[in-house]
Structures are given as structure tokens and as C-alpha cells.
Design a protein around this ligand. Structure first.
Ligand code: 4FD
Length: 250
């Protein structure tokens, strides 16, 4: 998968390029990541990349010409022979909520352009002409779209074949089944006077599986009941949930 990011701060992306699963995916060629800086497309002495907003008011808007040229260069950088035009995703608080399903879908694209805005954002005409999808990683404003872009890259890399070693699996992690994850324990068996739940020491894999599923359901029910709305639970999940509801008299 080829990703190019339009950003005024390319060096920020070292954070995902030099570490962890994203760094390994890059080293192993599962992913390529390059940055395109609008500042490289400026023609004035001060290399100006922002401009004043029509209608006045606080803040600045990203200057149109450098950004338009940077987007063209970013698309060209990841375009594949005979492939569809790369999808352009703009990270902004006004975007659709980014979630597991969106990460899976984006991981299936052969090429992506991520647009990381700064200042108050970009000219609406550029948005309409150049952007295919606007995504938000949460209901808050960041100083720029770069961290949001890195969150998106980190989340989608996990679904690239080979990105996770055999010991991990994106298919089983929380949200893969639409539920919150169960509690995890490791050595020692007693820590600060608290024991590991006996079921996890039993060696009974079926019992462990059911316990973990029940824990996930209980957590989801108490912390994120919204995730259960409109969801088709399996018979087993329904049964476990009913038991939980009975036990907790809720
Ligand atoms: N919640 C998010 O995903 C997000 C994305 C970007 C961002 N800041 C850059 C920006 C500010 C205003 C308009 C467009 C982009 N803050 C939060």
C-alpha cells in the first residue's frame, strides 16, 4: 500500500516511520509512506503557505496554490499504473468519525493521499474539488491534522497482510467483533495481594474463551452500551449477556 501525506511538518511522520509495527511495515515494504510539503510549492521569498480568510475573523487559511500543487504531486507520487486515481482523505473535526470499519476499508486501498491541514483549514473549493473523504479521529481540535493522519495510518497498517506477527491478530482484537476487549493478565499470579482470575489458570480453553467473551460483553454493556445498539449478537453472546443482566439485575 502506498501512502503520501500532504503536510507542513513532514518530520512529524518519523514518529510512525521509525518505530513499531508501522516502522516494520515500511521496512518490509508492506507500506510506503512519503510526504509532500506545500511549502516546496511556494514562489515568494517568505515561502508563504497561509492566507487571510475572506470575510475576516481570526486565524488563517492554508494558501490555495501551494496546496493544490502539493495535492497533485502527492497523488502522482502514489498513483499506480492502470489503477484508480488515489483516494484523497482530509483529516478534520468536520469529518465522519474514523472507526474500525473505516480502518479496514482504507487498508484495502492500493494508494491513499492523506491531507493534514493546519491553521483554520483549507479553502472550501479545494475541499470540494480535491477531497474524496473527510475523516475525524474525535470531537476535538488539534493544532494540525498530522497526528490524526498518523492515527489513521497506525490503525490501518494492522490490517495489511503480514503486518502483525502470528502472535497477534487484528481479526481478534477488540472492535474486530464490535466489542470492547476483555481484561488481560500476566505473571505474577499474585500481584499486590490480587490474584489472577482462577478460570485463566484452569487450562480449560473453552471455559477461558467463554469467560473472556462474557467480560467483553459486560464491559461493553457498562462502558459503551451504544456499541451494542442495533448489533446482531450471536446466540452465545445473547445468552451470556442475558446471564450478565440477570446477575447484575440491570
Ligand atoms: N478531530 C480530528 O480528526 C482533527 C483533525 C485535524 C485537526 N486540526 C487541523 C484542522 C483544523 C481545522 C480544520 C481542519 C483541520 N484537529 C482535529
Amino acid at each position: 500500500m502506498r501512502i503520501s501525506v500532504v503536510t507542513l511538518f513532514p518530520e512529524m511522520f518519523d514518529a510512525i516511520a521509525d518505530h513499531g509495527i508501522t516502522g516494520r511495515a515500511l521496512n518490509e515494504g508492506l507500506l510506503s509512506l512519503e510526504t509532500v510539503n506545500p511549502r516546496d510549492f511556494t514562489e515568494d521569498r517568505h515561502r508563504t503557505v497561509d492566507d487571510r480568510p475572506y470575510g475576516g475573523g481570526p486565524g488563517m487559511v492554508m494558501k490555495v496554490a501551494p496546496l493544490a500543487q502539493a495535492l497533485t504531486a502527492a497523488r502522482r507520487a502514489v498513483a499506480g499504473q492502470g489503477e484508480a486515481v488515489p483516494r484523497v482523505v482530509y483529516l478534520s473535526p468536520q469529518g465522519k468519525p474514523f472507526n474500525h470499519d473505516r480502518a479496514v476499508a482504507l487498508s484495502r486501498e492500493s494508494a491513499l493521499v492523506l491531507l493534514a491541514g493546519r491553521y483554520e483549514g483549507i479553502d472550501e473549493r479545494l475541499l470540494e474539488q480535491e477531497v474524496d473523504e473527510e475523516l475525524s479521529i474525535g470531537d476535538y481540535v488539534l493544532s494540525g491534522g498530522e497526528l490524526a493522519a498518523m492515527v489513521v495510518v497506525d490503525a490501518l497498517v494492522r490490517f495489511l497482510p503480514g503486518a502483525l506477527g502470528h502472535e497477534q491478530s487484528a481479526a481478534e482484537d477488540s472492535f474486530a467483533n464490535g466489542l470492547l476487549d476483555c481484561p488481560h493478565y500476566t505473571r505474577p499470579e499474585v500481584f499486590a495481594g490480587h490474584r489472577v482470575p482462577e478460570v485463566l489458570l484452569s487450562g480449560d480453553h473453552e471455559r477461558v474463551r467463554r469467560w473472556r467473551l462474557a467480560q467483553s460483553l459486560a464491559r461493553t454493556l457498562s462502558r459503551r452500551p451504544d456499541l451494542l445498539e442495533g448489533r446482531q449478537l450471536s446466540d452465545e453472546q445473547e445468552q451470556l449477556l442475558a446471564e450478565l443482566v440477570r446477575e447484575r439485575d440491570i
